[in-house]
Each structure stands twice: as C-alpha cells, then as structure tokens.
Design a protein around this ligand. Structure first.
Ligand SMILES: [Zn+2]
Length: 74
C-alpha cells in the first residue's frame, strides 16, 4: 500500500535494497536528508543508508535494490 513511496537505497556497507521512504515523515530511523539510519535487511545490521538516484544509478544497482524489500521487517 506504500508502493509509491518505495525507494532504492544503498547502505554504508554497500548493500542494495528497497525501503519505504515517505518525504517529510520519519517512519523509522532518523532522517538526514537523502540519508538516514535504519536497519539493513541484507546484512542484518544498522547502517546509514543513502537513496539511489534513479537517473544516475546503474541498471544493475537498481535491479539489485529492487530484489530486496525491507517490508517484512515491519
Ligand atoms: Zn547493509
């Protein structure tokens, strides 16, 4: 139901996944502009994650991010 807020992100350890990113709302974790601190579902650790720019990120990165969604950790 939050599909339109899905955003591909990369954690500080280089993991790629998709998370819910609602502008102006801190759903979980601290918000720091295009970065925030949250749980990484790939490495199962807390990390600073940064949004991938759909215009500049590679297709491989976007595909990898789309393959993992953190919706199950809610
Ligand atoms: Zn990670």
């Amino acid at each position: 139901m939050f599909k339109r807020f899905d955003r591909p992100v990369r954690c500080s350890a280089g993991h790629l996944f998709t998370t819910i990113w609602i502008p102006g709302v801190s759903l979980k974790g601290a918000r720091l502009g295009n970065r925030r601190y949250q749980r990484c579902p790939v490495g199962h650790h807390w990390a600073t994650v940064a949004r991938l720019d759909r215009d500049t990120a590679s297709a491989e990165d976007l595909a990898a991010a789309a393959a993992v969604h953190d919706i199950h950790i809610f």
